[in-house]
Structure formats: structure tokens, C-alpha cells
Write a new protein. Structure first.
Length: 548
């Protein structure tokens, strides 16, 4: 709702050019409101609010402005009415499910788990808006998992430490920069050539901290920030330092600032809360970090580069995209990361024809690739998880089991999360045709929303030169899409045996695959036949580990 309110406002001000952007955000908001039982709509009426937002999305140009202002007014009222209570209500709804002693009735486990899954997602989103870092929330979630036998107390502690308006901690954060030329920054408050000897007491030090504190021609930046956790403290410290450097560049034009990836965080030296932390974002997927993968990918890319039958523009787009992916990975500024990843994506889908717009091509063909990979990736990841956990023999695939064997596998799962995923995938891909259609339709819809969200942020960065906080969540998706796309592109062109190959050949191949997928979903097939046919649609995976 907050995002929609800002999108409508920016459209009214002329910053968002296309009304379709507003409509997409309305569509996403309507689905969220439809599935929501937590917000208090007493300020108006839930059904009437949905009707008003729908009316805006369908309005003609003459009345869009009036309805847009009316929608902002209603959204503001809803946000204000729930600002102080929404998080507590989420906790209460989750606690009601988890603390119940009632036995779950037959067939009710998955619906209950669906509700819990939705509430947990909403809780995570709300805590991010409360300015907790994703890295911190991940760490705290692992603690919940590790304390499953004392879960009630662990959950209560989590709730107490992550409530609305919980007090901030005060952190001293020290960043270190390379390069002696930057010593001129010592004229500015916060920049130091050396830290005071007593800044970190000897009893709080270790070998790594001593190495960090040792002056090797670099420069320190020390700042005090208020934050919920150390990862957010580092983010705020970097933002403050970059803001200072931006101003200093006007006088020191030859600055070449390289911030080290490790920051020193001091919460309280009296309690020994002094530690080093990496400026690394949590990603939604794990990526390859393997010598064999490196050699394999280099070999495949060389095959493409030296293949005379592959069009030169394919090679140009591949090498350019790889370059921008690498630059994006090394950027410390999230805005520059997003721009580099977007340039890589956009160049792949650009057309030499002036009349062809890149964005519709990106939307169409990227969706085809992502849709083709979705089921295969989730099915394969679940299979690997079952093998790793020892609940399925390594020579077996869960989707090839008989219905009786699969039911037994589900019932024998001691991990409720694995049990839930198995039931979800069984219902979606081995259930009836409507369930399969809903599974893929929902994913396509979510991809569509996210691609245009990324594009909207890209426009704000490029056209408005905006400095946007909180981009990490969008960038994770963007980077994942780019890496997965490059996997498929490299796999296709390195193994294709057609003599004349252009970029359109790749797009047409995945258009055909997506058409085949759509046809499989439409057919009235048995569950095992449907999932077998879906898994026969070949996709490549090298750089990304199989992860959901």
C-alpha cells in the first residue's frame, strides 16, 4: 500500500510516465488486500477500497487524476490506521497458530501451513520496513530453527526484540579505505589516519581485529549510528561516509576511494561486543563457487566466441553482459549495482530495429526463460534436499515415485517445512489441471510485477538521479534473473548444432519451450505424466546452485 501510494503520487506529478505502471501496482496491491485478514479496514471498508482501486485502474484519462488523489487519501488513511498495530497483529496471528494444542485434522495441514507461510512473509516484509537488516533477520530465524524444542520461549524473545518502535542500539562503526592519496580526507571530521590506541581494549581484540587496526597506508572513517543491528549499522555508516565523500570530491577531485569489505563494529566495549563484519548482502539463491564450474563455463564461452556460425552480436551481448554482471557484483553502491545489472539485461534484449522497443522484448522473452526454468528448478532443488537429508535414496527422484510411495515419503518427513514443500509441489504439479495452471499463472504474474518494479527503480535512478535506500531486495531478484538468463544463453549457444545462430534463435527456442509448457498444462494428463513432461523441457544450470 505504501508503494502504491508513492507510485500514484509520482504518476500525478509526472515522474511515472506510463499509467500501466500504476495499474500493475494496483493489481499487486489488490491481490495482497484480497488475501489479508490482518489489517483493520474500519476506517472505510475492505470491499469498497478494492472497488475504488479497481475503478482507478480502469478509469479513462479524464477522471484518472481525481480518482488518483482519492486513492492516495484512502491509502493514507489505511496506513495511518494500522501503523501502530499491524506488526503486533501479525505476531498474534502467528502465535495463535503455533501455540495451538489442537490436533490438525486430516487434510488441514497444507491450508494451515499456507496461512503460516503468508503470515511469515508479511512479518519479514514488515520487519524490513522497520529497518532491521535481512542478514540480521536471517541469523535470528536460524536461532528459532535451532531452538525448536523450546520454540515458545525462543519465539517470544524474537517478538520482544523485533517489535514496533523497539529502541535502537548505538553503534560505533569503523570503515577502512585503501590508498594513501585519500589521506587528504583527514581534514574532514570522522576521517582518521589511525584509531586511538584505547578505542578497542586489548581484552576485546583478536588477531583479525589487530590486523584491521594496523595502519598500512590506508584511512579510517569512524562514525556513530543508531540502528537495530550491526548489519544495518554498517549500511548507515557507508551511506554517511559516501555522502561526505560526494561533497569532498568537489575540492579533492583526484580522490580514488576504495572501501574495504570488512567493517569494525563496536556496540559496547564493556561487554566485549566488538567484532568485524563483512559488507555482504544475503541473497535469495546460492551461486557457484567452484573451480570445476569456472573451467566449464570458460570452456563453454570460448566455444561460443570461436564458433563462426554464431552471429557477432550474440558474442558482443554475452561478453558485455558478463562484464556488467562482474562490475555490478563489485559495486558497493546499490544504485550502481542495479544500473549495471539492468544494462546487462537490456543489452541482451535490445533490437537493431529502431521501431522495436526493448522493454516489451525484455518482458516477453525474459518471462519465457524464467517460466521454463521455474518448475524444473524447484523440483530439482527439492530432490537434492531430500537426498542430502537422507530421506530419499540418491538413485531416486521424488517426482517419479508412485502416488502411494510419494504419500509415504510425505508422511515420513520429520521436517514440517519439507513436508509442506512436498505437499505444495505434489498438489501443483501432480494434482489436477487447474492446480497446475494456478501454479504457473501465479508465478508469471509475480515475475511480471517484479520486472516492472525493477524497471521503475531503474527509471528513478536514471531519469531522476534519485538516491534510493532499501534497494537490496529488488537487486537480489534482478541479479538472480540475470544469472539464470546467462546460464540458459551460454548453455544454448555452446551446445546448439544449428549452423546459423542469432540472438533471436535463442528467444525463439525458449518461446517454443514456453509454448510446449503451456500446452502440457492445458492437457488433461495424469499427475505423473504431467510432471514427467514438464521435466523433459530441457534447461541449463551452471552458475546458480539449485535453490528456491
Amino acid at each position: 500500500m505504501k508503494e502504491l501510494r508513492n507510485v500514484i503520487d509520482n504518476w500525478l506529478r509526472g515522474y511515472v510516465k506510463q499509467f500501466d505502471t500504476v495499474c500493475l501496482c494496483i493489481e499487486e496491491t489488490l491481490e495482497a488486500v484480497k488475501n489479508d485478514d490482518i489489517l483493520d479496514y474500519a476506517f472505510y471498508n475492505k470491499e469498497l477500497l478494492m472497488d475504488d482501486l479497481t475503478a482507478l485502474s480502469k478509469a479513462n484519462e479524464k477522471i484518472r487524476g481525481e480518482l488518483g488523489n482519492q486513492s492516495i487519501y484512502l491509502l493514507d488513511k489505511c496506513i495511518q490506521a494500522n501503523a501502530d498495530t499491524y506488526l503486533d497483529k501479525l505476531y498474534q496471528a502467528i502465535d495463535t497458530i503455533l501455540s495451538s494444542d489442537a490436533e490438525i485434522a486430516a487434510g488441514q495441514f497444507k491450508p494451515l501451513a499456507d496461512t503460516l507461510n503468508m503470515l511469515a512473509s508479511a512479518l519479514a516484509c514488515e520487519l524490513l520496513k522497520e529497518r532491521f537488516s535481512l542478514r540480521h533477520l536471517y541469523r535470528e530465524s536460524v536461532k528459532l530453527y535451532d531452538n525448536v524444542n523450546d520454540f515458545t520461549n525462543a519465539f517470544n524473545r524474537f517478538r520482544q526484540n523485533h517489535s514496533h518502535n523497539v529502541p535502537f542500539n548505538t553503534y560505533d562503526v569503523v570503515l577502512k579505505m585503501n590508498g594513501g592519496r585519500n589521506k587528504r580526507l583527514m581534514t574532514i571530521n570522522g576521517f582518521l589516519g589511525n584509531l586511538p590506541e584505547d578505542f578497542v581494549p586489548q581484552e576485546c581484540r583478536n588477531e583479525k581485529i589487530n590486523r584491521f587496526l594496523a595502519d598500512r597506508g590506508g584511512l579510517f572513517y569512524k562514525v556513530q549510528v543508531d540502528a537495530h543491528d550491526s548489519a544495518m549499522a554498517i549500511t548507515l555508516a557507508v551511506e554517511q561516509m559516501e555522502s561526505v565523500i560526494d561533497r569532498a570530491m568537489l575540492g579533492y577531485s583526484l580522490l580514488d576511494v576504495e572501501i574495504q569489505k570488512t567493517a569494525l563494529v563496536v556496540l559496547n566495549t564493556m561487554t566485549g561486543n566488538v567484532y568485524l563484519a563483512q559488507q555482504v548482502n544475503v541473497t535469495d539463491a546460492s551461486y557457484a563457487d567452484d573451480e570445476d564450474v569456472v573451467n566449464n563455463m570458460i570452456s563453454k564461452i570460448d566455444q561460443i566466441i570461436f564458433n563462426p556460425y554464431i552471429a557477432e552480436d550474440v558474442k558482443d551481448r554475452l561478453t558485455s553482459s558478463l562484464r556488467h554482471l562482474r562490475i555490478g557484483n563489485t559495486e558497493s553502491d546499490t544504485g550502481q549495482q542495479l544500473v549495471n545489472y539492468w544494462v546487462a539485461l537490456e543489452f541482451i534484449f535490445s533490437s537493431p530495429k529502431a521501431a522495436d522497443s526493448t522493454i516489451p522484448r525484455l518482458e516477453k522473452y525474459l518471462l519465457n526463460v524464467l517460466m521454463c526454468c521455474y518448475a524444473n528448478r524447484r523440483v530439482t532443488h527439492l530432490n537434492q534436499t531430500l537426498h542430502k537429508g537422507g530421506t530419499l535414496d540418491n538413485d531416486k527422484d521424488w517426482w517419479k515415485l508412485s502416488d502411494a510411495e510419494l504419500t509415504e515419503l510425505i508422511n515420513n518427513q520429520t521436517s514440517l517445512l519439507l513436508r509442506y514443500h512436498l505437499q505444495e509441489m505434489k498438489a501443483a504439479l501432480r494434482g489436477n489441471r487447474d492446480a497446475a495452471k494456478t501454479f504457473f499463472t501465479n508465478h508469471k504474474k509475480h515475475l511480471y510485477w517484479q520486472i516492472y518494479r525493477i524497471y521503475r527503480y531503474r527509471n528513478k535512478l536514471i531519469h531522476e538521479a534519485a538516491i534510493l535506500p532499501g534497494l537490496e531486495n529488488v537487486i537480489r531478484c534482478q541479479r538472480f534473473y540475470l544469472v539464470l538468463l546467462l546460464n540458459q544463453l551460454i548453455g544454448y549457444f555452446s551446445e546448439a548444432d544449428v549452423k546459423s545462430l542469432s540472438m533471436d534463435s535463442f528467444f525463439f527456442e525458449y518461446t517454443q519451450k514456453n509454448n510446449l509448457l503451456s500446452n502440457i498444462i492445458k492437457q488433461d494428463l495424469s499427475g505423473d505424466e504431467r510432471i514427467s513432461k514438464i521435466m523433459e523441457i530441457g534447461v541449463f544450470s551452471e552458475l546458480i546452485r539449485q535453490n528456491i
